[in-house]
Design a binder for this molecule. Structure first.
Ligand code: MN3
Length: 200
């Protein structure tokens, strides 16, 4: 099936009180994400990947250890990453963290604050474009990771519980060059912890 751009699960201005502006979402969703969808569909048409799911394409085209990934991989993985990213945020102040997730993070990282520190450090420390993640690894343990460009946990057989886009297009309008401030704001205000807990 061809890729299609999903609607945002909220209005473009719904996250504005939480630090992510309408302008950011107009560029990030309507232009950047749409480009991954359109370019992915062009590259995939007529290839063996035509008709495959985005997950199958990401896993099947990832080249472990390669400095540069293929165009099909880059667009498919970024389509998957952004589909998930929109769902990991929600409007509204004071979105509570379900007890099961709080317990799991405390067991894995020492405390929720320690998890947030590790996640932010991974995002701030990713050199250039990429993502930072909370994943459930193949042995069931929770880990924080970071990846370059469009590479994501699917490539390593991990389950992505939460991911944050640290490409400049995700934060430069609202936070300019202050990636750490964007990450802190993401964790403290934007994350939909119920959606994260659903992946446990
Ligand atoms: Mn992006």
């Amino acid at each position: 099936m061809a890729f299609s751009l999903p609607d945002l699960p909220y209005a473009h201005d719904a996250l504005e009180p939480l630090g992510m502006s309408r302008e950011t979402l107009e560029f990030h969703h309507d232009i950047h994400h749409k480009a991954y969808v359109d370019n992915g569909n062009k590259l995939i048409a007529g290839t063996e990947w035509d008709g495959k799911s985005v997950e199958e394409i990401v896993k099947g085209t990832y080249q472990a250890g390669a400095v540069a990934q293929s165009g099909i991989f880059n667009n498919a993985s970024q389509h998957w990453n952004h589909n998930r990213f929109w769902e990991w945020m929600a409007p509204g102040e004071g979105k509570g963290m379900p007890g099961a997730l709080e317990k799991a993070l405390t067991e894995a990282f020492g405390s929720v604050d320690k998890f947030k520190e590790e996640f932010s450090a991974a995002g701030a420390g990713q050199f250039g474009s990429g993502w930072c993640w909370l994943v459930k690894d193949t042995d069931g343990s929770l880990k924080v990771t970071k990846t370059e460009n469009g590479v994501n946990p699917l490539c390593f057989g991990q389950t992505a519980l939460l991911g944050c886009d640290v490409w400049e297009h995700s934060y430069y309008i609202d936070f300019r060059n202050k990636r750490p401030a964007y990450l802190t704001n993401f964790l403290d205000k934007l994350v939909n912890w119920e959606a994260v807990a659903a992946g446990l």
